[in-house]
Design a protein around this ligand. Sequence first.
Ligand SMILES: Cc1cc2nc3c(=O)[nH]c(=O)nc-3n(C[C@H](O)[C@H](O)[C@H](O)COP(=O)(O)OP(=O)(O)OC[C@H]3O[C@@H](n4cnc5c(N)ncnc54)[C@H](O)[C@@H]3O)c2cc1C
Length: 112
Amino acid sequence: MPVPAIEKKPETEKVAIIGAGPAGLSAAYFLVKKGYHPTIFDKAPYAGGMLRFGIPDYRLPPAILDQEINYIKKLGVEIQLNVPVGKDRPVAGLFKEGFKSRVSGSRRVEKA
Ligand SMILES: Cc1cc2nc3c(=O)[nH]c(=O)nc-3n(C[C@H](O)[C@H](O)[C@H](O)COP(=O)(O)OP(=O)(O)OC[C@H]3O[C@@H](n4cnc5c(N)ncnc54)[C@H](O)[C@@H]3O)c2cc1C
């Protein structure tokens, strides 16, 4: 799928998204299309959340999931895997790193 022209907001408009399941991936997709700079952190070694680990391959082939995730990455979303946010990497630290907002898997948004 071709990547559409996206008018990017300033680099400071960074959004931290915790969880690369469908909720986090969808949030990142719509935010990047609005010009924001989303980074997804996931504690798992693969993106996709329950789509990857819970839904059988015959219902959702991993190649299709990878294609969708790669398209989201091509739009400009950064995905950092093996990064558990919480005790070892507190949410408050993300704001100190320059993220202005965060979206959690439960879709709650907090502003810095
Ligand atoms: C067995 C099973 C079968 C299902 N089958 C279907 C189906 O056929 N069709 C359908 O539509 N839905 C199905 N669902 C439901 C669907 O999978 C969920 O509704 C959907 O995955 C929820 O998305 P989510 O992004 O909110 O959460 P998740 O998919 O659970 O993703 C959350 C992500 O956040 C990450 N995470 C959690 N805590 C942290 C942390 N502290 N730091 C960093 N990362 C973190 C996790 O590693 C995970 O990748 C099924 C669910 C299950 C369990």
